[in-house]
Design a protein around this ligand. Structure first.
Ligand SMILES: Nc1ncnc2c1ncn2[C@@H]1O[C@H](COP(=O)(O)OP(=O)(O)OP(=O)(O)O)[C@@H](O)[C@H]1O
Ligand SMILES: [Mg+2]
Length: 296
């Protein structure tokens, strides 16, 4: 649901909006973005038009959209990094910014996954993110979902199991020197996962040095063993994978993880390919927790 300005409602629950609006006003005042006269003006507009505090302040041009986003981030306690001087990939804008057009869908996906997982006996949750072909948004969805899980306070680990085109190190601006390849070949332990404190309890295990034999490495029991250990330390483990149509890497990962989310990119992924992939995963004994259409 969206209002005329394309700004997402702050809270769907009746009654809590006013309290939250007051808090937004408090935050903006504390930041020196609004003075007493400004707050009174905003409240008058709010009362006459029935709009939210932030929206009224925007309409009056007393604050900028950037001010509102930063204040919302404070109110909801999620990391907000301004557009400039940003060490992280622009791909993360979605999960960091509650007002981003894609944020609502990603949060809905997070909710669906939490509901699915709550029905499972096996906890915590390790999930492979897979899709048939390249450039379908697996890395993007993995990264943003992970940030959203961490925002809930869940200890979240991203594992980049795409040895062919790894991207998570780049998205989170961490070193790719030591990663999953070293862990699977016994040269590193779980400490190779790098915390990214800007996003709360989130850590990234990059792919690491490119192995000559990715398929063989991913088939080793080392992956299952590592995931078992990681399950003690993390509540959610999301695993980025290479295109499933090209080789069996994603199958191996999904099997070790136990569950998989299948992505299809709108007007790009062939329906047959996505459906075939779902079947293959099921045949391989991985639970397909859902399918998601990525539209971009
Ligand atoms: N929902 C989306 N909205 C906007 N941009 C998106 C979306 N999903 C993906 N992208 C963009 O598309 C590009 C490809 O996405 P991404 O790298 O996640 O795909 P991939 O499936 O992991 O590709 P690869 O086969 O290279 O691993 C990225 O630049 C990303 O920013
Ligand atoms: Mg990728």
């Amino acid at each position: 649901m969206r209002d005329r300005n394309g700004i997402l409602p702050l809270d769907a629950a009746q009654g809590s909006v006013v309290r939250r609006d007051l808090r937004i006003g408090d935050i903006l005042a504390a930041e020196g973005k609004l003075d007493r006269a400004g707050i009174e003006q905003v409240i008058r507009l709010q009362e006459s038009r029935g709009v939210r505090f932030g929206e009224a302040a925007l309409r009056l041009q007393l604050i900028t959209l950037e001010d509102l986003r930063a204040a919302l981030a404070k109110q909801y306690d999620y990391p907000y990094l301004p557009a400039d001087g940003d060490a992280f990939s622009a791909d993360l804008a979605v999960s960091r910014d509650a007002l981003h057009p894609n944020a609502e869908q990603l949060r809905a996906l997070r909710t669906q996954l939490l509901i699915q997982w709550s029905k499972l006996e096996r906890e915590p949750r390790a999930l492979a993110i897979a899709s048939p072909g390249s450039f379908e948004g697996r890395s993007y969805v993995t990264a943003n979902l992970a940030v959203l899980f961490a925002q809930l306070g869940l200890r979240t680990l991203i594992i980049d199991a795409d040895f062919r085109a790894p991207r998570q190190f780049e998205i989170f601006n961490v070193s790719d020197r030591v990663g999953l390849s070293a862990v699977l070949s016994g040269r590193a332990g779980h400490e190779a996962a790098m915390p990214v404190p800007a996003f709360g309890p989130l850590a990234v295990l990059p792919a690491g040095a490119r192995p000559p034999n990715p398929q063989e490495l991913l088939l080793r029991p080392a992956l299952t063993t590592f995931l078992q250990l990681a399950r003690n330390e993390y509540d959610v483990i999301l695993i980025d994978t290479p295109p499933a149509r090209e080789n069996a890497d994603a199958q191996s990962v999904a099997f070790s993880a136990g569950s998989v989310l299948v992505l299809a990119r709108a007007n790009h992924t062939r329906i047959d390919d996505a459906a075939g992939l779902v079947r293959d995963f099921r045949d391989a004994g991985a639970l397909v927790v859902g399918t998601a259409l990525n539209r971009f």
